[in-house]
Write a protein that binds this ligand. Structure first.
Ligand SMILES: [Zn+2]
Length: 361
């Protein structure tokens, strides 16, 4: 995500704040200052939202720390004007684990709300709720209301909210994962329709939320569909076995002839011992040829930042490891020797073949 500088880290997880979030704070400060030109009111207004977003960060941290228990890393937590986003490496597939990761966030807000409630009662500062609004009333009590709202909103049973994942996890305990996702996505879209309808009469903001929920459900259902195609498929069934490798002493001119002679785009560089040293992608090849000419060695175009897989591994696992920005060609090893390649094109072909087979059934 661009425009989101790192501001620190919590439990080893990077915390980023999107610049638009700072703009929102400035706007809120101004909105609170304008009516009475009161700096105090502006400060209170801004600190309420800062505390509210602190609760949002703790919510995301709840997800991240729960995921860590299952060995899932979190790249970072980013604060946006619409809320927080924890970028988990992946979601756990075991229903109970997904349930735990999804519920951990709202649970944090339940804990905060309970703490605030007990504190307010103990100090005798609890006000009747009618006196509490988004801009006025006891700061701690406003935070209590906001945390309850966060819990309810996040537990709505619709993707991309946590409640959608909770629902899917429950369903997945009794049916296949892809079907559970489809059902959960339909429930979410049903909710989106209700929101949109209510939005026409109550608050236009609801229509915006409806669109957001509808799109989230659609996306989740598609990705689960694709995942289900790969369920239980070993890498050897999807990998490309007819391919060429290049030797590190080969020149770019020689490689140009290989590229023209066949349809292969990326080439693994394999040394005399059979070890994969790196990958030369087509884009890197063109750039290297322009820079070094025909006599340059293929190694100048090679990247060492690539993933490898084993023939017996499941496709789901390998795709789960894929990281944006990394080389998309994956050498597949068997007993330490290169025995196949997974490329973006042949994974695409595999998806289309399986989808066609499914249509026939
Ligand atoms: Zn959440």
């Amino acid at each position: 995500m661009g425009w989101a500088p790192r501001v620190g880290s919590l439990f080893g997880i990077e915390l980023r704040i999107h610049v638009t979030f700072l703009l929102l704070l400035a706007f809120l400060g101004l909105a609170h200052w304008l009516p009475d030109r009161d700096v105090g009111a502006a400060l209170v207004g801004v600190s309420f939202f800062c505390l509210l977003f602190l609760c949002v960060v703790l919510h995301e941290l709840g997800h991240a720390l729960a995921a860590r228990q299952f060995g899932i890393k979190t790249q970072d937590i980013t604060l946006l004007p619409i809320g927080g986003v924890a970028r988990l490496e992946r979601m756990p597939e075991k229903p109970l684990q997904e349930l735990w990761v999804a519920i951990a966030g709202p649970l944090v807000n339940v804990v905060i709300a309970t703490g605030l409630y007990l504190g307010l009662k103990a100090t005798g500062t609890w006000q009747p709720l009618e006196q509490v609004t988004t801009t006025g009333g006891n700061l701690a009590e406003r935070l209590w209301v906001a945390n309850l709202f966060l819990v309810m909103f996040n537990l709505l049973p619709a993707f991309p909210m946590d409640g959608g994942r909770v629902l899917r996890a429950f369903l997945a305990m009794g049916m296949p994962y892809a079907r559970a996702t489809r059902v959960a996505a339909r429930v979410g879209q049903g909710m989106a329709v209700l929101f949109g309808f209510a939005g026409l009469f109550v608050n236009p903001m609801l229509i915006l939320i409806a669109v957001f929920v509808w799109a989230g459900a659609e996306q989740e259902a598609t990705s689960a569909e694709i995942k289900s195609l790969f369920a239980g498929v070993p890498v050897r069934d999807a990998m490309m076995v007819e391919f060429q490798s290049v030797h590190p002493t080969e020149t770019l001119g020689e490689m140009a002839r290989r590229i023209l002679a066949g349809t292969q785009k990326d080439f693994p560089v394999v040394d005399g011992l059979g070890d994969v040293m790196g990958i030369v992608t087509q884009a890197a090849f063109f750039q290297a040829l322009a820079e070094h000419g025909d006599d340059g060695l293929v190694t100048v175009a090679m990247t060492g930042d690539f993933e490898t897989a084993e023939t017996e591994e499941s496709m789901q696992e390998v795709l789960g490891r894929a990281q944006p920005g990394r080389c998309t060609t994956v050498p597949v090893m068997r007993n330490g020797r290169l025995s196949g390649l997974l490329t973006a094109e042949n994974i695409g072909e595999f998806v289309m073949i399986e989808a066609a087979r499914k249509r026939r059934r």
